[in-house]
Design a protein around this ligand. Structure first.
Ligand code: CAA
Length: 248
């Protein structure tokens, strides 16, 4: 069998980079899809994945643009054949308490974190259904489950991803395509390190395991859900949060 082809949006970001590495280690051809507007980060990323010798490649995309996502799909299909695994990991924060939140804080987050999931999944899901195999993994957040002070926009988008996950999972289940979400807790990424130190310390104090998560611990879960033999798990949300939020 040819290598499974995996597209990871937000692929050069804090979680995305580790997700790309984990999927490549499991033998997938990986396309790290991300904005091309951060040349320094892109250069660092290329160095971080150099050991994979072309098994991880970068492709530019703006997930908030439907056209950009369609073009990405065309380029990836021409170069590697169809997409088997899609990881929607692109996400931004624009934290502000609601009474200070401007329209732009709201729409920017919605366009990337939620519209982006539609934009990128839409062109890729048909091929998965036609070939009878697909794995879609949406990176949501614990804050989509609990809400977070200063994140009405982000929490709404991340909770919305769960609804999307469950609905699409039902629609494509008979086609061999699974759709799941992961809700990471606070991990050691730039996004989290940008939270004011005092606020972050208070949050870490509430994590039962007593530390931030590592991006590799999220990547481990993506690798698990996207495996060929994970076909009976669909419409699920897997929390990976050090016990920060527990429910059954
Ligand atoms: N809980 C309760 N009260 C809080 C609070 C909190 N977490 N944070 C602030 N307040 C209080 C303030 O003390 C202030 O009280 P008074 O009016 O009595 O003085 C009041 O709320 C007003 O707050 P402001 O609107 O003035 O707050 P601010 O502008 O100073 O800061 C904020 C608000 C930017 C949201 C800041 O609290 C913050 O950055 N919080 C962190 C948010 C966060 O956790 N983001 C997660 C980012 S990482 C991520 O998203 C990844 C992932 O998925 C896990």
């Amino acid at each position: 069998m040819d290598k499974r082809v995996a597209v990871v949006s937000g692929g050069i970001g804090g979680l995305g980079t580790e997700i790309c590495r984990a999927l490549a280690r499991s033998g997938r051809q990986v396309i790290a899809a991300d904005l091309a507007s951060r040349p320094e980060r892109l250069e660092a990323f290329q160095a971080e994945v150099a050991e994979f010798n072309g098994q991880i490649v970068f492709e530019a995309v703006d997930v908030s643009s439907a056209d950009s996502c369609v073009e990405l799909h065309q380029r990836v299909s021409e170069r590697f054949g169809g997409v088997d695994v899609l990881v929607n990991a692109a996400g931004i924060t624009r934290d502000a308490s609601f009474r200070k939140m401007e329209q732009k804080h709201w729409t920017d987050v919605m366009r990337v974190n939620l519209d982006g999931v539609y934009n990128l999944t839409r062109p890729m899901v048909d091929g998965m259904c036609e070939r009878g195999f697909g794995r879609i993994v949406n990176i949501s957040s614990v804050n989509g489950q609990t809400g977070q002070f200063g994140q009405t926009n982000y929490s709404a988008a991340k909770a919305g991803m769960h609804g999307f996950t469950m609905a699409l999972a039902r629609e494509v289940a008979r086609k061999g395509v699974t759709v799941n979400s992961i809700s990471p807790g606070y991990c050691r990424t730039q996004l989290v390190m940008a939270v004011p130190e005092k606020v972050r310390e208070q949050i870490v104090a509430q994590i039962p395991v007593g530390r931030l998560g590592e991006p590799s611990e999220i990547a481990r879960t993506v690798d698990f859900l996207s495996a060929d033999d994970a076909g009976f798990i669909t419409g699920a949300n897997i929390p990976v949060n050090g016990g920060y939020f527990m429910s059954f």
